[in-house]
Design a protein around this ligand. Sequence first.
Ligand code: MTE
Ligand code: CO
Length: 433
Amino acid sequence: MRRLRKEPLGLVDPARRSLLKAGLALGGVAVAGGEALAQGSTAGAGNPANQAPNVPDWSRYLGDGVEARPYGMPSKFEAHVVKRDVEWLTASRQSSVNFTPIHELDGIITPNGLCFERHHGGTAVVDPADYQLMINGLVEKPLILTLDDIKRLPRVNRAYFCECAANSGMEWRGAQLNGCQFTHGMVHCVMYTGVPLKVILEQAGVKTNARWLMVEGGDSSGMNRSLPLAKALDDCLIAFKMNGEALREENGYPARLVVPGWEANLWIKWIRRIEVGDEPWHAREETSKYTDLLENGTARRFTFVMDAKSVITSPSPQMPWKHKGQNVISGIAWSGRGTIKRVDVSMDGGRNWMTARIDGPVLPKAVTRFYVDTPWSGSPLLLQSRAMDDTGYVQPSKKELREVRGVNSIYHNNGIQTWHVLASGEVENVEVS
Ligand code: MTE
Ligand code: CO
């Protein structure tokens, strides 16, 4: 992934960043429960002929019949809610990424059509009739399972976030991309249906000296990764459904590996083989996959767990505030180590914090939704969110993170994001020091 190329697509103006570093006077930050607010607007932005007191078009004519939409699609008015990619980010479109429009979503589940895609050799199109999963290596009984074989094993339903280790990777050296879709959109949260990997490994009979698995994808990149056996036996799944329906092709149809809480490059899509071994597969290579280069020239390896992280999805650069008065700050938090316990929100760049309201299911290793219901006076804000998980871990500021990790890494940037809400309601990606 190339970094820090100064080209369009909402790159942050460096002059504005330094202005903020120099210190910004903030005033009039109002919190929830304050003044009474004018709600609603009589002058709608649309066509007055369709607005009160007139009878709108959609009330006058019969609508489409039930045969018109055998697979339902979003309203045409939601056509802007799509995954987006950044053309200059990667050299090819097959080994590339697009981003979840997290600024447009709510609750904790990502709709299937909006889950970001990251692949190294394009989307494999696998005929489920030909699909096979092979288990070999240090096992008593090597296996080749068909999709039907997998579906006849006991299955479970689990919601998990899946975050690419490179999520926020462009932001290591400073605020870069203007939109949480691009800064934080390499994450999705899906309800998977699948068979615990433990069940499949038990069928094959793992030998006592086994410690690691090599998991391999069936796409043209033949992507493979080293996975500790202990994790595989703990909570990994071979999933064949997402949010109740078959996996999407771009997310690994007909079956993918789910590695809860761990970096997404281990979540092998179109999974075709698991080789059981006694050492990490990638220990045999000079460089392991996905390392974090530190300032002193050494690198962190096998940094699998995704630490607690959060981001305010609205307001955000693609979701400006249109109204003064009552507003909703909304965001998501997640931790690969467990459950989100608390999320704090600051409106003044981290000087003062308030506890956000968490709503919806709070599940381990899944996205958690938080809100702050607040009036807005129209004064500029420096909005931040800070996640805490049930291990006591607190999401670090970018400054704290850089003190430990430097800026050479691409991966595992879970630093606190700052959005500058301007008096106009527009929002910019900034940093405070
Ligand atoms: N599996 C295969 N077979 N090929 C790939 O290129 N990319 C990995 C992982 N699994 C990849 C793969 C990476 S780096 C990520 S971030 C996740 O898939 C992305 O999963 P998604 O496309 O479902 O969002
Ligand atoms: Co990835």
